[in-house]
Design a protein around this ligand. Sequence first.
Ligand code: MNH
Length: 467
Amino acid sequence: MSLPIPQPPRIPFVGNATLIDQVSPLVSFNYMAKKYGEIYRLDIVGTVLTLISSHELVNEVSNDSRFEKRVTHGLAEVRNLTGDGLFTAQPEEPNWGIAHRLLMPAFGTIAVKGMLEEMRDLSIQLLLKWERFGPDYIIDPSDDFTRVALDTIAYCSMSYRLNSFYREEQPEFAVAMADFLKESGKRANRPGVVQAMMRKTNAKYQADIKFMRELAESIVATRKANPVPKHDLLDTMLNSRDPKTGQAMSEESISQNLLTFLIAGHETSSGMYRSLRAGMMSFMVYYLLKNPETMRKLRAQVDEVLGNRPIQYEDFEKLPYLIAVMRETLRLQPTAPARGTSALEDTTLGGGKYALKKGDIIILLIGTMQRDPSVWGSDADEFRPERMLDGKFEALPPNAWQPFGFGARACIGRAFAWQEICLIIASVVQRFDLALVDPSYTLRVKETLTIKPEGLRIRATLRNTGV
Ligand code: MNH
């Protein structure tokens, strides 16, 4: 006999929809996980979600032979732009397999190593900005990290310069993307009749899609007409073949995937376009400034390995403390804090305890899971990179740390993000003394599960090291 899955009381027609905060749904989801436990159900205007948050259940669901990603709700609306591109493809769509097999090597560590100098080009723009504005300038780290992250992916994927550091405002493209994503989320919660009447909103939505599509298509067309010896992701997509079927990617699929790279490394909970990497780097800076002993250890390692020369690929493996800080930051603040999957057949969870039906949608609350005391102990909420040092990290139970998703549909950009963040944070620590503008600044409880440290402001003073 299976146990009933807890569910808050329902209201006619809307079900449990009113329990979800419109600005930060994850705050509500995690609050309910505390109240109802490791598994609970919500009915959102007729769509039933099963939310899980313990390590045991997340580990069980992380199994490609029993569960698979299904693109529903807001993500299904994102298909209006990216179609069956990697991130928004349904598992049975053939273009997913073609793009996945063809692109895996292009996102592997060897290929990403070849992008180091392109990444450095953009990281230097950030370093120079902080240096030239000087120690009195108040930095919004999340803003400048967004500039560097967005420009880096546009440059490395299609050799396109967004030049965010040379403008006050976000590039037009980033604004269109943010508006598109925000509207996609809203559309998912609107009845069709209401949607049809919103003529102005719909026209703006279509215009944003058209603008982004045309930009991507023109970049592809220009490259096709004038082949240049650039080994970027666009080059790979135009010139490689799927090793399994021998097929090339269609031009449409190439455009959709270029746009996918800009979306998939992005978060949707703030109104702005913000990269997951920008969020992660901002949280790293926050934790380093709040934990001076950690900052001291990191600085000592960076100084010892790099001295005053620019970081090289070979240095990354000599900075295990930096890696531990990155892992621990993504544990406490996974910038993609939830993912969805679905049951392939009728099944049970927790050793027969909970019954699931084929097709049931399961939301994995990764942020809560990565603080499960049964894995992380009683200091699970504390920032302690020592627990992530080599050896200890490898000895963790499977899927206890899962900020990049799982299995076939796991993040393809992981090595890319990792290298870029190593490069930027090591260079920042090497070059600057950082300080909080308001030393009493703390992450507000309500915001710990949103994506960026709201209101974080810092100053950067050039160190006297000759770098
Ligand atoms: Mn990324 C999928 C997290 C950076 C491109 N990414 C995922 C998933 C998570 C994730 C979680 C799984 C989503 C799901 O199950 O529905 N990604 C991250 C994080 C960072 C990140 C935490 C940075 C930090 N991702 C990037 C970057 C790129 C990228 C950078 C592109 C260059 N991610 C992807 C793509 C997918 C993905 C593409 C979809 C892969 C697939 O389904 O085949």
